[in-house]
Ligand binder design. Structure first.
Ligand code: NIG
Ligand code: FE
Length: 413
């Protein structure tokens, strides 16, 4: 199967294969070709260039993208998209004055979702989750990291991870799975946190490793959840089972989670709404990608990750959705990109870089996804006819996607 896209108004995010992330000032540039074509064989990008050079290419299917932009699909490197039920009552409680932390202290929050998920069959969990998966694919997401963390016991964490595996088997997008047993302390362990950490290390991890259910290990490193010491124990154990760290840090407090992530060569440190100068210094010369989740800041009315400080310090940044029932009931990466521009003062070029190539880096797939590169997967967004690519984040809330191509196949056919 071959596919040729012609007359593309502008083909965005063209990179050489050695570019796996962009940092600092480089983020301001979004390399592109105007009046371009793109040629795909099966699921791989084979050629692209200016229309002047598009001679004698024959394809099984040709798409005329006149007045339209083509860019790589979004790489959403942080989601909790596998969950059961919703938490709109907590949303109303927050409108009426409670904070996210107040709700968690009352036994709501993550524990609320865990209780629901424990009582949901694996088929029902799959059914609820794939509705959201289909939705985000139509919204232009072509790669997704998915975390466990609403199981909080051996059997239910495994149930979540097996559902993620089933999604992987049944959907064409790239999916990476992350074990987040340390998302909250379950009620049974309220007075024995170490007992729960031991359960994660001695019971959950060996089983997960045995079934090869996870690529990454995550911990909610936060006051009231898991301390630096707790987090380190879990990261070390995870690494022994071959899981690379990717952790929740600095959502509400900055107390050394970033340095811990960097020390353990975390692929990413995510949230960073609270960020000290020391945190920024620590990230320099590290392999760790800082990840911002602006829809979470929007929904919880908490500070936004200071993207300007990170970028101006020469660092990279990735953008992800954090899709989950408590802090971000949305997986719309177009909204994420807009909100990053509007609230975090990222330029459209920076935001698109952050949601494509840097997102791919933050989930370990930048060698195959995140840019228009010969040899990479043909995961593409074709926009509607729009005046400029800056119009994408500008016209927030409007769906400007005409079609999505995953592995060379048109999705909305
Ligand atoms: O990334 N902060 C920790 N975990 C999620 C929220 C989970 C929930 O509230 O259900 C987050 O925001
Ligand atoms: Fe999260």
């Amino acid at each position: 199967m071959t596919l040729l896209i012609i007359n593309i108004k502008e083909l965005l995010q063209i990179r050489e294969s050695h570019t796996l992330k962009v940092s600092g000032i480089e983020m301001k540039t979004l390399p592109s070709i105007k009046n371009a074509f793109l040629y795909v064989e099966n699921d791989v990008i084979i050629a692209f260039g200016s229309m002047d050079t598009c001679h004698n290419i024959k394809a099984d299917k040709t798409i005329d993208a006149k007045d339209k932009y083509v860019l790589p699909t979004w790489c959403d490197s942080h989601t909790h998209i596998v969950y059961s039920g919703n938490r709109e009552q907590e949303f109303v409680d927050r409108i009426n004055g409670l904070s996210y932390e107040d709700i968690a202290r009352r036994g709501g929050g993550i524990l609320n979702s865990a209780k629901t998920l424990q009582n949901t069959s694996k088929d029902e969990l799959y059914k609820q989750s794939i509705k959201r998966i289909k939705e985000v694919i139509y919204l232009g997401t072509g790669a997704l990291e998915i975390k466990s963390g609403y199981g909080l016991n051996v059997e239910t964490e495994l149930k979540m991870l097996r559902v993620i595996r089933r999604i992987k088997e049944n959907f064409p997008i790239s999916i990476k799975s992350t074990f987040l047993g340390a998302h909250a302390i379950p009620l049974e362990y309220k007075n024995d946190k170490q007992g729960y950490i031991d359960l994660i290390i001695n019971k959950m991890l060996p089983k997960i490793s045995n079934e090869k259910l996870a690529n990454y290990i995550d911990v909610f490193c936060e006051k009231g959840y898991f301390s630096l010491d707790d987090t380190e124990q879990i990261l070390i154990a995870g690494k022994q089972f071959g899981l690379i760290p990717k952790i929740h840090v600095n959502q509400f407090n900055s107390f050394g989670g970033v340095a811990l992530g960097v020390k353990h060569e975390a692929l990413s440190v995510d949230h960073l709404e609270e960020l000290s100068e020391d945190d920024i210094e620590t990230l320099k010369d590290s392999v760790t990608m800082p990840v911002a989740l602006p829809s979470c800041s929007y929904f919880l009315s908490i500070p936004y990750t200071p993207a300007r400080r990170l970028i101006d310090a020469g660092l990279p940044i990735a953008l992800a959705s954090d899709y989950n029932p408590g802090s971000t009931p949305s997986g719309n990466m177009n909204f994420v990109v807009s909100t990053a521009c509007i609230k975090m003062k990222m330029t459209p070029e920076e935001a698109i870089n952050a949601a494509t190539i840097n997102g791919a880096y933050a989930m370990g797939i930048a060698d195959n996804y995140g840019s228009i590169t010969i040899g990479k997967k043909a995961n593409l967004i074709i926009t509607k006819a729009i005046p400029s690519y800056q119009y994408l984040p500008y016209a927030f809330g409007t769906n400007l996607i005409d079609s999505v191509i995953i592995n060379g196949q048109l999705i909305n056919d």
